[in-house]
Design a protein around this ligand. Structure first.
Ligand code: HPA
Length: 323
């Protein structure tokens, strides 16, 4: 047997009787969803602390700023990062283990610099479960931010409106979520638990920090911006939901639906970050098959363009006032 024992299997090997014959696979075939980094060391499903540290140390070596606030800019919302001053830009491909976004409207760059007087690390684009990544891979950037010292995370996304009081183009503060993919078993904390970050069984009662929600409302009022509030349902995608699925989501308390955010928020909250979540309502979802309507990607892109200026104003206003 090769001496090159794969450390990934250690925790199962220790429980085996002495006379067991053990086949150790020393090299996994390249996972198609992990295009960069040292894939021979990367677990197919989750990361070790050393791997997360390797990614964070790489980023630390590329930047001279010390970011305190993280921004995740969802579909089409990347232009917000263009406003960052003294920007130091790192393409995701360059960072060990970092997932690379292939979804349209996601540039795939980490931009570190100054925005509204605060030092921020902004993800210009994110990756999604529907691209083939495990929940642990798509949340690696949050762990990297935590290791860089980021204490507050502002997460944005595009979402379909379910609450009939919403209108296309609205901004919705997320007050809670339905992590439907996580409840179904694809949970970002399904791993041996890295106690360096947080407990095995974290509470999610205040995953969206009440003081940040209050602050966002105050800033929005000052800017004369209408802000909705609601529960975000996280689904896997990539297909838009059928009318029956939308009626189901409505019945279980969803105000909006999207294909991201909840895993990142769970990991951020597990690691002790203060989180603010903002959804851009890019389309109103369709609740009846004979409505004569269809949800299209084009509609979401059109609305995003309209939303970016007010989201930019809001985020900059919040940043200016965050302690
Ligand atoms: N459903 C899921 N995700 C979305 C939608 C939607 O209607 N709109 C934008 N992202």
């Amino acid at each position: 047997m090769s001496k090159q024992v794969d450390l990934r299997f250690n925790y199962t090997l220790t429980n085996l009787p002495n006379d067991s014959i053990v086949m150790v696979q020393t090299r996994l075939p390249q996972h198609p969803a992990i295009p960069t980094g040292d894939t021979t060391m990367a677990s197919p499903e989750f990361f070790s602390y050393a791997e997360l540290k390797q990614a964070a140390d790489f980023v630390q070596g590329q930047i001279s700023h010390q970011p305190a606030i993280g921004l995740i800019l969802g579909s089409g919302l990347g232009p917000l990062a263009e406003e960052i001053e003294a920007a130091q830009v790192i393409p995701y491909e360059a960072i060990p283990h970092f997932p690379v976004s292939r979804a349209p409207g996601h540039a795939g760059r980490l931009v570190v610099g100054k925005l509204a007087g605060k030092t921020v690390a902004a993800m210009q684009g994110r990756v999604h479960f529907y691209e083939g990544y495990s929940p642990q891979h798509l949340t690696l950037p949050v762990r990297v931010m935590q290791l860089l010292g980021v204490k507050t995370l502002i997460v944005t996304n595009a979402a379909g409106g379910i609450n009939q009081n919403f209108r296309k183009g609205d901004l919705m503060l997320i007050v809670d979520h339905l992590n439907l993919v996580g409840l179904g078993g694809h949970h970002p904390l399904r791993d041996p638990n890295l106690a360096e970050f947080g407990p095995r069984f974290p509470s999610m009662t205040h995953a969206y920090a009440p003081p940040l929600i209050t602050l966002a409302h105050r800033v929005a009022a000052g800017l004369n911006l209408t802000l909705q509030e609601g529960v975000y349902a996280y689904v896997a995608g990539p297909a838009f939901e059928s009318p029956a699925e939308i009626r189901l989501l409505k019945a279980i308390g969803a105000d909006a639906v999207g294909m991201s955010t909840a895993p990142e928020v769970v990991v951020a909250h597990h690691g002790g970050m203060q989180v603010l979540g903002i959804s851009s309502i890019t389309n109103m979802t369709i609740q009846e098959i004979n409505s004569g309507l269809e949800t299209t990607e084009e509609e979401t892109w059109e609305t995003i363009k309209m939303v970016v200026p007010k989201l930019t104003l809001l985020v900059k206003g919040i940043l200016a006032e965050i302690n």
